[in-house]
Design a protein around this ligand. Structure first.
Ligand SMILES: [Fe+2]
Ligand SMILES: [Fe+2]
Length: 287
């Protein structure tokens, strides 16, 4: 397997957009489907605190980093800060539509509390693993229109915008990790990153499944019916978890780098649509 580092001409461009302000979001915004709405809402609940954690973890390594990486870290933190803001606003609209997110938020807070007494290198490793996860979900979301089919326009736009920026900055946490561990042996680096990936994947799948089932319960769907709707949606059709399986596995291969898969065609496809609306204003620094 070939190692292709982050492309030299990659531009990480924060797009300071706002979504859904001034209008209510329908409760079942995703095609009136309980399970589809639940999984995206459960994911969104993790972003405000989760992405703030990513920012803090990566920012610790900015000082002394090579200038190109330091610049990319700055753009990464700006993008993530804006994502946190927009998903916080989205989560408030979900609450206004009647959902109680407190159990889901408590679960995220509990997971993040574990990171408080961990060394910075462990937190950057967890961030790097979760960023790969986010990037492969983002890729699949943009590459396969089935995932957002039937979703309310403004909310689908929010998810596409977020997906684009996740792809754009997918190498930053990884490059930060490589920089921070350059004195480690390859074996030690692989062992730590593999351990972290297995750990965050387990928590991700368990927590998002539990969170989705809780939101479905609030819509009156429980038991076997809830499980079968959710498992079908995640693993069969449109089958996000099944479809990212290969890309997830690639993380464990020797020579892995997020940019071994150059998917900038998805970014240009997005820009062709959003660029025409003037929606891609650049911003300079983190909030
Ligand atoms: Fe993000
Ligand atoms: Fe990210």
């Amino acid at each position: 397997m070939r190692t292709m580092p982050t492309p030299a001409n990659l531009n990480i461009t924060p797009r300071d957009r706002r979504f859904g302000r001034g209008a209510a979001t329908p409760r079942l915004w995703h095609g009136n489907r309980v399970e589809a709405t639940a999984i995206y809402n459960a994911l969104s609940t993790t972003f405000p605190a989760g992405e703030a954690f990513f920012v803090e973890s990566v920012r610790k390594f900015r000082e002394g980093a090579p200038p190109k990486l330091a610049e990319e870290i700055k753009a990464f933190t700006t993008q993530e800060a804006i994502h946190s803001r927009e998903h916080d606003a989205f989560n408030k609209r979900a609450e206004e539509s009647g959902y109680d997110l407190s159990k889901l938020e408590a679960r995220v807070a509990k997971r993040l509390a574990i990171t408080l007494d961990r060394p910075p290198i462990v937190n950057v490793a967890a961030t790097m693993a979760l960023e790969h996860f986010t990037a492969i979900i983002a890729h699949e979301l943009l590459a396969n229109p089935n995932h957002l089919a039937g979703a309310e326009q403004e909310t689908a736009d929010l998810w596409r915008w977020h997906a684009v920026e996740e792809i754009e900055h997918k190498g930053v946490a990884y490059d930060t990790w490589l920089y921070a561990t350059h004195h480690w042996t390859r074996w030690k680096r692989w062992k730590v990153k593999a351990k972290l990936m297995l750990y965050v994947t387990r928590n991700f799948v368990v927590d998002r499944t539990a969170g989705s089932l809780e939101l479905m319960r609030q819509d009156g769907v429980t038991g076997l019916r809830a499980w079968s709707l959710l498992l079908w949606y995640l693993w069969v059709h449109p089958g996000m978890f099944r479809k990212i399986g290969r890309a997830w596995l690639s993380f464990f291969m020797p020579g892995f780098h997020p940019w071994n898969e150059d998917d900038r065609n998805l970014l240009s496809a997005y820009e062709r649509i959003a660029g025409g609306t003037g929606a891609t204003r650049k911003v300079r620094r983190a909030a």
